[in-house]
Design a protein around this ligand. Structure first.
Ligand code: HEC
Length: 431
């Protein structure tokens, strides 16, 4: 190599290394991050590990919020010192960000809560749920102002576009406009109908953008509700959508791990980066400012990426313990654990942040007695002693039948041999 080239190569390596350092990982969650947002000077992360993480804008961890009984899907700011989260436990919680305490639970949905949006005046918020309903709530009093079915499918997202105008997006392809009147929520018009399911919504100045299960990013003009743009990604669902504060740039995350950046002045895609090295999905995106994007997928951490930086994978390698299990030499029992349990349980005494308690020394332990873990009433008051026989029954019948009221999600392992192999593996691995 001639010297000038070497110097150039060194310079390039230096730039890449520097840009690599500009990427910051938000680590500490014990499961995938499903929702991200910016709230004032905070980044909020909603995780499969049942918690919400609070981080500084530079990515320093500040606090965990514990209170959901299942995976948290969404967390948004709700005025100074307050935020809202919604989860698989059908619950919505308002939190004090200073003390980390739950201020209020908003109960009424009968399905997973997937989306939340704050009204422009900050006094009300809307919720989207897989029970098929859109909810409207008063934040301060906790009052349910309206709960209305929206189309025939699950509702995935809600977005405000003005003080009294709300949009909902459903799995049946409906994009519905609602008006917030004295009677609560009133359906006004289906702007889109009968197309592919809509997963996500994001409002911008004068427009509303959406992403669909068949890989389209579309936008409507808010004044006329006429289509503004439609872009097709590669037939992979759009799972996450975020706009910069000015609305100049849109980022879309998809089911195959790419992040696509779109310029909204002419709705032109600028670049697509293979964000996930394993090809796993990108589940959550949020812009911190005009150039810094925070992204998350199957990994248990989020990454801050300067979008004008180099475009390598943000999540190189595999996706976490659950997905690295097809290597030869892994026993069936270990594979069962890795696939079906490891996302929620560790086997070591130092419990990493997981949704479930550590299974270290589980055999001989009375159910619901690991110190420091917040069990459900059902498990806390159970007389079960964990043994090969009781564990076998747990997954033969399923937690909802063997330990009714338990917050371990419904799951059965129907093949007796898989249960035996799993229990044999646990006997060794939990000692
Ligand atoms: C999605 C998360 C999740 C998955 C997956 C999961 N668990 Fe759990 N598990 C939990 C939670 C949460 C609890 C606590 C339940 C409660 O308090 O009601 C729990 C409790 C338990 C308990 C009782 C522990 C005790 O201290 O009493 C055992 C045993 C257990 N799980 C084993 C397993 C095994 C084995 C698998 C895989 C086949 C598995 N779990 C998969 C979340 C999960």
């Amino acid at each position: 190599m001639i010297p000038a080239c070497r110097a150039l190569a060194a310079l390039l390596v230096g730039l890449v290394a520097q840009a690599g350092a500009a990427q910051t990982a938000l680590t500490g969650h014990g499961g995938p991050v499903k929702g991200l947002s910016r709230a004032g000077e905070l980044i909020l992360s909603a995780s499969f590990d049942n918690s919400v993480g609070l981080w500084s804008l530079s990515g320093a961890h500040l606090r965990w919020l514990e209170g959901h009984a299942a995976a948290v899907n969404v967390a948004i700011g709700a005025g100074p010192g307050r935020l809202l989260s919604g989860g698989d436990d059908f619950d919505i919680i308002a939190w004090d960000t200073e003390t980390g305490t739950a201020l209020r639970h908003f109960t009424g949905h009968k399905g997973k809560v997937m989306g939340l949006a704050l009204s422009p005046d900050g006094r009300r918020f809307a919720s989207a749920s897989w029970d098929g309903a859109v909810g409207l709530w008063d934040i301060d009093t906790g009052r349910l102002l309206g709960l209305e079915q929206a189309g025939s499918g699950a509702v995935n997202a809600v977005a405000f576009a003005g003080p009294d105008r709300l949009y909902s997006a459903s799995a049946d392809g409906t994009l519905r406009r609602w008006e917030l009147g004295p009677e609560g929520l009133e359906p006004r018009r289906d702007v889109l109908r009968g197309g592919f399911g809509i997963n996500v919504l994001v409002p911008g100045p004068g427009w509303l953008a959406y992403g669909t299960v068949d890989g389209h990013i579309g936008a409507i003009d808010l004044a006329s509700e006429a289509p503004l743009a439609e872009l097709a990604l590669e037939r992979t669902p759009v799972l996450a959508l975020a706009a910069t504060p000015s609305g100049a740039l849109l980022a879309a995350g998809d089911g195959q791990g790419a992040i696509t950046l779109v310029r909204t002045s002419d709705w032109t895609p600028l670049r697509a980066i293979p964000a996930s090295g394993s090809g796993g999905p990108i589940w959550a995106l949020a812009f911190l400012d005009e150039t810094r994007l925070v992204a998350a997928g199957l990994a248990a951490h989020a990454v801050i990426w300067p979008v004008d930086g180099p475009a390598g994978p943000l999540f190189p390698g595999g996706a976490g313990p659950r997905f690295k299990v097809d290597a030869a030499g892994v026993s069936n029992g270990e594979r069962q654990f890795a696939r079906k349990c490891s996302v929620c349980h560790t086997l070591t005494p130092q419990d990493a942040r997981r949704a479930g308690p550590s299974l270290h020394r589980i055999f001989g332990r009375k159910a619901g007695t690991l110190p420091g873990y917040g069990y459900s009433e059902a498990l806390g008051s159970s007389d079960i002693i964990w043994s090969p026989e009781t564990l076998d029954r747990l997954f033969d019948l399923g937690p909802e039948h063997y330990t009714p009221g338990s917050k371990m999600p419904m799951q059965r392992i129907t093949r007796a041999q898989d249960r035996t192999d799993l229990i044999d593996y646990l006997r060794d691995a939990t000692r």
